[in-house]
Design a protein around this ligand. Structure first.
Ligand code: SF4
Ligand code: SF4
Length: 319
């Protein structure tokens, strides 16, 4: 009979991540205070043109749990930033596939026109391709303040399509190549799904970019971001107030110390602000209707907080 104990130990202990104040073994749970709100994300909606394996937000052509944000939705938050003199410099758009939102061009014009650096995360497939002339015009008006980051799940067609589905590689490479040729200086994000180490991943992407003459520096982390893979079912330690010192980390380095995300739940009367891009559905991380409401501390009461942010060091923005 095989020894199943090691497998059983990997499953998340159900006693963990229950109480925002204390961990399962009674220690004080770590919290993160919002310092400066540097980046405000807008989740444009969870609909996507494809269905990837392990998409952390479970996007697909059918998932509309997060509805399309409207121009009026985002205008209210930009007005709040201006009115309250918040230090926000960067606006991020994520999804789903942001270029599927019917108002995306107006939203980009608005954030760029108000002087924000604006980052869009995309799979660079057909929804972006259809808008390429409009994107060129936006770039002509606003220059490098419009940044686009393309998700590629591996540097080989087979590795990418194992995650994203058959036929997803050619349109993604076509889109990325177009961005590069059009002078967008695109960035690329990938996930550590293959089990290769970071140096091997960077070498593989460097070969890809060289073969296609795509202007992305694979050796530079902001240009090629490699995210740790997340598995919410696997066991992970809870983060206590003692952990910062023990791990040599600072709460200020965690995403929710400087970022928030706006979502509109399907059927909701108005948008809501959540702690970060990683936890759009968990009601414990919904902080309020305005940025002021959402400026309180966040208890690190989810496995993602430990695995992705504190132990894995992930961040979604440019820096
Ligand atoms: S392209 Fe991005 S948002 Fe769409 S399913 Fe894949 S990982 Fe999710
Ligand atoms: S997942 Fe990360 S950014 Fe989100 S609340 Fe937890 S620690 Fe903060």
């Amino acid at each position: 009979m095989p020894d199943t104990a090691p497998l059983a130990r990997l499953r998340l202990d159900p006693a963990k991540f229950q109480d925002p104040a204390v961990t399962a073994d009674g220690a004080a749970r770590a919290t993160v205070r919002l310092g400066r709100l540097k980046t405000l994300w807008f989740n444009t909606g969870t609909l996507c043109n494809i269905t990837c394996r392990n998409c952390y937000i479970e996007s697909s052509p059918l998932n509309d749990r997060l509805a399309y944000l409207t121009l009026a939705d985002i205008t209210g938050f930009l007005d709040e930033i201006e009115r309250d003199g918040l230090p926000t410099q960067e606006i991020g758009f994520t999804g789903g596939e942001p270029f599927m939102n019917p108002a995306i061009l107006e939203m980009l014009e608005l954030t760029l026109g108000r002087g924000f650096s604006t980052l869009v995360l995309t799979n660079a497939m057909l929804p972006m391709w259809h808008l390429r002339r409009d994107l060129e015009a936006l770039r002509a008006r606003h220059g490098d303040r419009l940044a686009i980051r393309v998700s590629l799940d591996h540097y080989t067609p087979a590795g990418h399509e194992a995650v994203r589905g058959q036929g997803t590689w050619p349109p993604a490479i076509r889109g990325l190549k177009w961005l590069s040729d059009a002078g967008f200086s695109p960035h690329v994000a990938s996930r550590s799904l293959s089990g290769e180490g970071e140096p091997a991943m960077r070498r593989g992407f460097a070969r890809l970019f060289s073969d296609f003459a795509i202007a992305v520096d694979a050796s530079r982390p902001p240009a090629l971001v490699l995210f740790p893979e997340m598995d919410a079912q696997a066991d992970v330690p809870e983060i206590t107030t003692q952990c910062w010192h023990l791990l040599g980390k600072s709460p200020e380095d965690v995403m929710c110390a400087s970022q928030r995300m706006v979502v509109r739940r399907r059927g909701a009367a108005r948008p809501a602000v959540v702690a970060c891009t990683l936890l759009p559905y968990d009601p414990r991380f919904e902080l309020g209707a305005t940025l002021a409401d959402a400026s309180g501390p966040v208890a690190l009461n989810h496995p993602h907080c430990a695995r992705f942010c504190v132990l894995g060091g992930g961040s979604c923005s440019q820096g």
